[in-house]
Design a protein around this ligand. Structure first.
Ligand code: CDT
Length: 314
């Protein structure tokens, strides 16, 4: 048996600080048209796809910050994306920054939605693991203020029946945490969609700079293999706001192999025909129901920090 699905990472090159939504949406619809021409059924856009990655700046003016957020999805500026995708019959994953008005206050999340080929939202996800800091750090060439601008996601790691399989979502830094994959693995996930904005260099951790691509891939490759799932990961790439953003958009097979990889730092479609049934041998190999030992995994849900045993060297 095969369950073929043509997927694509719809990588975006740099988005300028003042680039209007309409211009970004034009670029995205161009990628969707390319996708349709290649028979793509599901295209994956990056995290915070509609704007520049603003958490690299300390923004004190609330109205200025709000400019980067969407109160509706689709809204007046994103309806064209939904309309074109529906016309083409291409589904998509979209990362965006979500503003919720609640009890006379504002809540902000780093969010993604899964949209079917008819333009209907079938799933929504809010980023769980927020990287960076809640306050600007002096001396850095750029900031990473996600902890200032967003609340941790409150929707868990969902999985939805769609596109003939079981589809999950996560965002950027979530891909570095094995819990992300396992929670979806325990729901039988077959394809994880993931958008990201990762700087190619870490000014506060220069010792890792030469390993950035390795670290980008290694967690996803392990997560795919250990849970028997495909992954499509889509980057914001190239020089944006004075920061080089890692490209390396890719498709990873349930074997853990990278089977497609972007080659540019700009808008690029990385299309790949996958077989959702290729997940089966890996799911059978690990056979969670028979072999998992949840009684030994309690610390994973009961504690956050590492607690060395009594007598450990400090
Ligand atoms: N967007 C995002 O989550 N980026 C992080 C950068 C962390 S550097 C403070 C990442 O994991 O790539």
């Amino acid at each position: 048996m095969t369950r073929p699905l043509v997927v694509a990472a719809a990588q975006l090159g740099p988005v300028a600080y003042d680039e209007p939504r309409a211009s970004v949406v034009d670029r995205m619809t161009a990628l969707l048209r390319q996708a349709a021409a290649h028979g793509v059924e599901l295209a994956v856009f990056p995290e915070a796809a509609l704007t520049t990655f603003f958490p690299r700046w300390a923004i004190e003016d609330e109205a200025e910050l709000d400019r980067f957020f969407e109160e509706e999805m689709p809204g007046p500026e994103t309806q064209a994306l939904f309309d074109e995708a529906t016309r083409l019959g291409v589904g998509f994953y979209l990362g965006y920054c979500e503003l919720v008005r609640e009890n006379h206050g504002k809540r902000r999340f780093n969010t993604s939605v899964l949209v079917d080929g008819g333009g209907h939202i079938v799933g929504k996800y809010r980023k769980v693991h927020l990287p960076g800091t809640a306050e600007p750090v002096a001396g850095l060439p750029f900031q990473h203020l996600e902890q200032a601008y967003f609340e941790p996601g409150d929707l868990g790691f969902g999985v939805w029946p769609a596109f003939g399989g079981l589809i999950g979502m996560c965002l950027c830094n979530d891909r570095r945490w094995s819990e992300t994959y396992r929670v979806m693995g325990l729901q039988g996930v077959e394809l994880i969609l993931l958008g990201y904005n990762s700087p190619a260099q870490l000014p506060d951790h220069p010792e890792m700079n030469h390993l950035r691509t390795f670290h980008h891939l290694v967690g996803m490759q392990a997560g795919a293999y250990e849970n028997g799932t495909w992954i499509v990961a889509s980057a914001k790439a190239g020089p944006e706001g004075g920061v080089e953003m890692m490209g390396q958009s890719c498709v990873i097979a349930p074997s853990g192999e990278v089977v497609a990889l972007s080659t540019t730092r700009g808008d690029e479609l990385v299309a790949c025909r996958i077989d959702l049934d290729a997940t089966a041998p890996y799911k059978a190999f690990f056979d969670f129901a028979a072999n998992r030992r949840p009684e030994c995994y309690r610390p994973i849900t009961d504690q956050a920090g590492a607690t060395p045993p009594e007598g450990a060297c400090k």
